[in-house]
Design a protein around this ligand. Structure first.
Ligand SMILES: [Zn+2]
Length: 269
């Protein structure tokens, strides 16, 4: 209780989410349409923007938000920098890669299972244990994520000890977060105005504008997003992170073991 990790809250974690998740992802380029040239790891050397900085976009003549397919023509790669002192090596390493072709199908997101082993599989229900790198310095992944997926697994199977489960024992328990009389899984995620505010604000960009408070819809939507692109993967990661923290906040209030955190506090950077 009360160690450093317990205090590090959802906000900081979520802001770092994209950065952190990239260490677990790489993309096998097929048509290059789902892969960001500068921000995804597709060339086998991490994110190119981390290597070159913003200057790279000018040296190679590829726009900051270009997809990999934007950097090719019918004749192959369309990049500059062949003679540049700083861009020369990068230029050559990209030219050595087979350019994406529309007929090759969709890019494939690969999740790291161990040091050099990448697989297509990502499931929100699965434990994160197999994909956590054994020697990572990314503390919150090591500590947090297996717990996140466990709580999510309980939630998906409706096995969390919510108020409606205790009613059969004669105990009445409302929602600790908003005061609603019946606490159910579906209320907590995300009919409850407290949780919905958090989910809606953080997930809208990833899940889309038709986001809504219904649990089944949300789970189905996350599944329906498919495995393509980085955003669906991040959306699932965000989902289990939020479910975990809301459940934790609810328990903290119920057992009065922590101070109450407002919505603002939970999502504030
Ligand atoms: Zn509530």
């Amino acid at each position: 209780m009360g160690d450093e990790s317990e205090e590090s809250w959802i906000c900081r974690k979520l802001l770092n989410l994209r950065e952190v998740a990239y260490q677990f992802l790489k993309i096998e380029v097929k048509d290059g349409r789902n892969c960001h040239f500068w921000f995804d790891d597709w060339a086998g050397q991490g994110r190119l923007i981390d290597t070159t900085g913003a200057a790279g976009t000018i040296l190679l003549g590829v726009q900051r938000h270009a997809k990999v397919c934007d950097a090719v023509t019918m004749d192959g790669w369309r990049i500059k920098g062949q003679r540049g002192r700083r861009s020369h090596d990068l230029y050559n390493s990209i030219m050595a890669i087979e350019p994406p072709r529309p007929e090759d199908g969709s890019d494939i997101i690969l999740w790291r299972h161990s040091e050099d082993d990448y697989k297509v599989v990502f499931s929100a229900k699965q434990t994160w244990e197999p994909i956590r790198p054994r020697r990572s310095k990314v503390v919150w992944f090591l500590q947090g994520v297996p717990r996140f997926s466990f709580i999510l697994w309980l939630a998906i199977n409706n096995k969390l000890s919510t108020g409606d489960r205790m009613r059969q024992w004669g105990i009445t328990q409302g929602c600790e977060l908003c005061g609603e009389r019946d606490e159910t899984r579906d209320h907590l995620f995300f009919t409850c105005p407290y949780s919905y505010t958090i989910w809606e604000r953080l997930a809208r960009r990833l899940v889309g504008s038709d986001i809504n408070p219904d649990w089944q819809w949300t789970v189905q939507q996350l599944q329906r997003m498919g495995g393509r692109g980085v955003d669906p993967c991040l959306a699932r990661l965000l989902f289990q992170t939020i479910v975990y923290h809301i459940w934790r906040e609810r328990n903290g209030r119920r057992h009065q073991s922590c101070r109450i955190r407002s919505v603002g506090l939970l999502i504030k950077p």
